[in-house]
Design a protein around this ligand. Structure first.
Ligand SMILES: Nc1ncnc2c1ncn2[C@@H]1O[C@H](COP(=O)(O)OP(=O)(O)OP(=O)(O)O)[C@@H](O)[C@H]1O
Length: 275
């Protein structure tokens, strides 16, 4: 999937996974399970790529490998042509947004974001401006002094997205970030995410179960097959769906149907719904 740049030169992809295979178990008599086998995926700088596939096919496993949380796998994984550990040692940053906001309950929204800035070694004199900027982008300025339990689920997730962007990550990983929210809140948050992405142009790799969500956010949607030994079977390009995006855009609706059809083809199930 390596593609030439507009000037005709080969660019080095931001994320490059080749022939990735991950097996679980097999130790002390536990069942051996090949979760993924032969995954190839290249993501360019500033791209948004979505991963969809049947439950248990290995989507989170793939994100965990890119996050550096999973190191026991076969195949090659490089970041801009270098080993992950080498890139992290030279200041490369990866942020992860999960289904739940995972904010520290004893810290305010500002305190949570400052905590991440401190961990990422940003100088303390930059914290206030950085926090203010990201909170404005996710429309939480008035809630900087609130504790997580004083916020709705959608607001907490917005705070977690703000925290992720505050450290200006080179890569943002998201594992079903909006699936715990009602659809109207999720729609608002997807818009917020794209607004903040257009300010930072961070490379985003995310997992979703929602074809419309994936189509709305992504430049490309990768559809995985059913495991064991799951792999990426099809790519649906969102080229032609202009940004900023609207849920009413017919070209988006058509692309979303194409994603659903790809899921049907590769999940071995026929009852996959549009959302
Ligand atoms: N730590 C583990 N030990 C054993 N098996 C595991 C482990 N983690 C994941 N698996 C197995 O690997 C497969 C892939 O899991 P993974 O969580 O990556 O799938 P997924 O596509 O993200 O699932 P879902 O869509 O349901 O969240 C599953 O069959 C799962 O049971």
């Amino acid at each position: 999937m390596r593609r030439p740049s507009h000037d005709g030169k080969q660019r080095v992809p931001q994320i490059d996974l080749k022939r990735i295979r991950k097996e679980f178990g097999g130790k002390r008599g536990t069942r051996r399970w090949t979760a993924i086998n032969g995954v190839d995926l290249s993501v360019e700088v500033g791209e948004i790529v979505g991963i969809l596939g049947p439950s248990g096919c290995g989507k989170s496993t793939l994100l965990n490998i890119v996050a550096g949380l999973e190191s026991d796998y076969d195949g090659e994984f490089t970041i801009q042509g270098k080993a992950f550990g080498q890139q992290i040692a030279s200041g490369f940053r990866v942020a992860y947004v999960f289904q739940e906001a995972r904010l520290l309950p004893w810290k305010t929204v500002r305190g949570n974001i400052e905590f991440a800035l401190k961990a990422a070694q940003f100088p303390a004199n930059e914290w206030r401006d950085r926090v203010d900027r990201v909170l404005e982008l996710v429309e939480l300025t008035r809630f900087a002094g609130f504790y997580p339990q004083q916020l709705s689920g959608g607001m907490q997730q917005r705070a977690s997205i703000a925290r992720a962007f505050a450290i200006e990550p080179d890569i943002l990983l998201m594992d079903e970030p909006f699936s715990a929210l009602d659809e109207m809140t999720a729609q608002h948050l997807r818009q917020s995410l794209l607004k903040i992405w257009s300010a930072f142009r961070t490379t985003i790799l995310f997992v979703s179960h929602n074809a419309m969500e994936a189509s709305f956010l992504a430049d490309r949607v990768m559809v995985m097959s059913q495991g064991p030994g799951a792999t990426i079977r099809e790519e649906v390009s969102m080229a032609g769906v202009t940004r900023p995006r609207s849920y009413d855009d017919n070209s988006l609706i058509e692309k979303s149907k194409a994603v659903v059809n790809a899921l049907r083809r590769h999940s071995g199930r026929s009852e996959v719904a549009l959302v």
